[in-house]
Design a protein around this ligand. Structure first.
Ligand SMILES: [Zn+2]
Length: 227
């Protein structure tokens, strides 16, 4: 991505980082790739007496958490409480200087995320799409390809993930598996009709292009984000 240098000067800075997923501890790759560089930048801004707020938090939503909880025989809340505490403590011990380190289960996060979503929904920015999606009868949840296993059409590995075969490294799509032999973790996978709300970024293209980012972001070719 190419940015155009400008003389724009911001009055204040809000620096946020990618949210570590609360189903395991952070590792050195997370720190090297995200948190240490962000921390260096924030410390530099503070030294320059800039008005800066450094915000992060644990991502506590998603299927991997519920699956881990099921495998351990505990609740999803137990999993996120355990790893949020470990991750937060790791950042403190390593001196990552967040002003706020929160979690996506917090009330303010739920309210803010809902407000964004509702606003876009009421303005008709989503397209409804219905499709067949993999479904786990035991947990009553729809599953991403990652949580489907089957036989790799390239190397014959019988435990390939729906998105990738770990044996030969090929990127896959679960619909390329033999559909009579696909599994979730313990049970045969089934499919069910599911309605998804798709966010069409082209609908806000004009707004996006008018926004002052202080640089010129490039519109990616991929125009649709799924929620
Ligand atoms: Zn393979």
């Amino acid at each position: 991505m190419k940015y155009i240098e400008t003389d724009n000067k911001f009055n204040r800075y809000c620096v946020t980082t990618a949210l570590p997923y609360a189903n395991g501890p952070v590792h050195i790759g997370h720190l090297a790739g995200v948190y240490v560089p962000a921390d260096i930048y924030v410390r530099y801004l503070r030294m320059m007496n800039e008005d800066v707020l450094f915000i992060g938090g644990s991502d506590e939503h998603g299927v991997p958490i519920t699956i881990k909880a099921r495998n351990e025989g505990v609740t999803p809340q137990d999993i996120v409480d355990r790893y949020h505490t470990i991750i937060k403590q790791s950042f403190q011990d390593l001196g990552i200087s967040f002003d706020i380190y929160s979690r996506t289960s917090s009330k303010i996060h739920a309210e803010t995320a809902s407000a964004f979503f509702k606003d876009l929904y009421e303005k008709g920015k989503f397209i409804e799409k219905t499709s067949q999606q993999y479904y786990d009868e035991e947990t009553k949840t729809f599953l991403a390809d990652r949580y489907i296993t089957g036989t790799c059409p390239h190397c014959g590995n019988e435990k390939a993930y729906g998105d990738q075969c770990e044996a030969c490294g090929t990127s896959l799509s679960a619909n390329r598996f033999n559909q009579s032999k696909i599994y979730t973790f313990r049970t045969r996978a089934s499919t069910k009709r599911n309605k998804a709300l798709v966010f069409a970024i082209r609908r806000i293209r004009n707004l996006y292009e008018r926004m002052d980012f202080g640089f010129t972001p490039r519109m990616e070719n991929k125009r649709i984000w799924t929620m």
